[in-house]
Write a protein that binds this ligand. Sequence first.
Ligand SMILES: [Fe+2]
Length: 407
Amino acid sequence: MSTVNANFASPRTVLVSGGAVKQVAALLGRFGLSRPLIVTDPFMVRSGHVNNCLDPLTAAGIPISVFSDTVPDPTDTVVEAGVAELRKGNYDCLIGFGGGSPMDTAKAMAILAAGVAAAPAGGPPAKMRDYKVPVAADKAALPIIAIPTTAGTGSECTRLTVITDTERDEKMLIAGLGALPLAAIVDYELTYSVPARTTADTGVDSLTHALEAYVSKHANPFSDAMAVAAMTLIGRHLRTAYAEPRNAAAREGMMIGATQAGLAFSNSSVALVHGMSRPIGAHFHVPHGLSNAMLLPAVTRYSVPGAEARYAQASRHIGFAADADTDAVATAKLVSGIEALNKDLAVPTPSAYGIDEAAWTAKMDLMADQALASGSPGNNPRVPDKAQIMGLYREVWTGAPRNAPGP
Ligand SMILES: [Fe+2]
């Protein structure tokens, strides 16, 4: 008989509703905060989307300061620039507004700023890589309020951030309570303008979070509840949100599902898909959800024998399999269901994405090392060695079983 070993962490409060972003000033007030630095990206500023956050603050008389130099796949150099900006002002909190990248940047700024402030005079400056796993990044200089505009990385409610080490071309996983937002605002109306490609990629990322949390060795009753709820919502709404961007029910379902999936993996873990996905992002600049989608069929097929009953249950929750299906049938439907979903969401192969085969092959060895070093493959129900990870990278390139002649 197994016993539960869980440590559940979540933001202190999460506001969930259409239009909830209008409550941002009131939310700050509840925590006695009044001097935010808003962390966002240049598109949010250019497009005016950031005003959804700024207007309610201005109306409440809260001064506006914006750091908008964040980049997709946030880097240590951008985080350092953000910390320099933070130290110029008398801020009492950070608001991360945007997709995963601005939220992850805000989190990393809070962690690095704590390290910079605590560093002894004359010593080496704190660097982002000082905080990568297995270090516990539990200290933050300032509280973080997270407002996602995609559905989504779930970053608004996770104790994780992913930052690229620019000297080493490595996406570093940084984990600890320092990365956990104090509060989040989950407002699906902010996702209406998200383009179809991003809706698909971030949606598959959410699905992967829920599935990996559910099959992880660290799964527990709390993460399971969130993972099951997320898989159900995402399975029901992802295709519709992709095809009908103004569909409120689909956008709301995806937004809630993405947040639940974030709570699921933050309190369990991600696994082999994410372990292999980060190096693809670091070396070939494939958007995170897209590299997850490329990997998901092959990695799921490989992993099913390690937890057949769990994968079968996941397949039923997502809606790929029926309750009456046997585990063997349900897991087969899981793999074929993901492949069909990828097709409907126009997920390209690495080759169709424009990656050069020789470059892919040349990087497989290093990518496998980096995947293993992240620790995520060790959470998988079936733990691969380096040769097996390289075999999976090869399979994802060729799409071998997918292209095999059918009956
Ligand atoms: Fe992810």
